[in-house]
Design a protein around this ligand. Sequence first.
Ligand code: DGP
Length: 123
Amino acid sequence: MTTLPATVFEKIIAGQLPADIVYKDDRVTAFRDIHPRAPTHILIVPNKVIATTDDIADGDEALIGHLVTVARDLARQEGIAKNGYRLIINCREHGGQEVYHLHIHLLGGRPLGPMVTDSPAGA
Ligand code: DGP
């Protein structure tokens, strides 16, 4: 069995790497993104390791729902719920995933523009 190296998010959850943590409970940790793309840019991550959305098990349904309700509550707390915001989960290479520990990006505080940048290759 191969043991994958711990990601930076595992280290943040374990308290081994500093981060601006805005919420934590026994299932979920949320902290501000180190390279914010919007006035509010928070990452909501499960405390247990799930590498990508493709690695979510059927038994994780309640946990994934919890990630979303935490995102909803943080959006209200940040004062961005009324104007709206965006939740993003990137998966693997084509999704642009950099850190292989499942996370939801909560982005808001300004108009966020088109969902995906158009490219000549098209959709
Ligand atoms: P993604 O591309 O979806 O895997 O996004 C990963 C995000 O994680 C990216 O926006 C930058 C953020 N990030 C990477 N390393 C760190 C870190 O050490 N601390 C914090 N707070 N965020 C990080």
